[in-house]
Write a protein that binds this ligand. Sequence first.
Ligand code: URA
Ligand code: SF4
Length: 205
Amino acid sequence: MTTAASLIPAGADLEELADRASTCTACDLYADATQTVFGAGPRAAPLMLVGEQPGDQEDRQGRPFVGPAGTVLARALADAGIDPDRSYLTNVVKHFKWRPAGKRRLHQKPNAEQVRACRPWLDAEIERVAPEVVVCLGATAAQALLGPGFKVTQQRGRFLEWDREPLVLATVHPSSILRAGDDQARRAQHASFVADLKVAAGALS
Ligand code: URA
Ligand code: SF4
């Protein structure tokens, strides 16, 4: 199994990691994407938010959460009283996976092999940033970090056991709020998302 592990020099800082990741070919996803989208934010951010993978806009711009899901996330962070300048944003998988649908590029879920291949980048980010709290956004991030059986619906919004230093909790992915059936559902889902983020915020020193 190829993973990105061999690409990560011991002692590399975040800038060097991002530079190395920019030429990663440890799984097949680099081939159809524009660029690697590495995490972004202050190097000692107390809060790290982990999504699934870059989307169409992120792929074009090279930064995480700059598309529609990022807009939902930014609003929820603001409503939870979280300073975006204290948040490091990243993803489990660093290249956009998509299939064509006419002129659009439709997001595709990364498979287990791709998640495993990319994982060393995320592990290195967690180690270097050393946040106080890690928030998994959605099932892909939660299952990658907390185990394949993890159920976001049942275990969201509270701190969980794991084998690392930062506190960890899981919540929904902001794109799930974009898919809400109507305004009332969207408001309710946004409120629950904000409530989960407030739990994370409450643990920050
Ligand atoms: N969705 C994600 O999971 N991550 C991004 O960076 C953008 C959309
Ligand atoms: Fe490397 Fe991750 Fe991109 Fe795959 S998705 S090529 S492992 S950076």
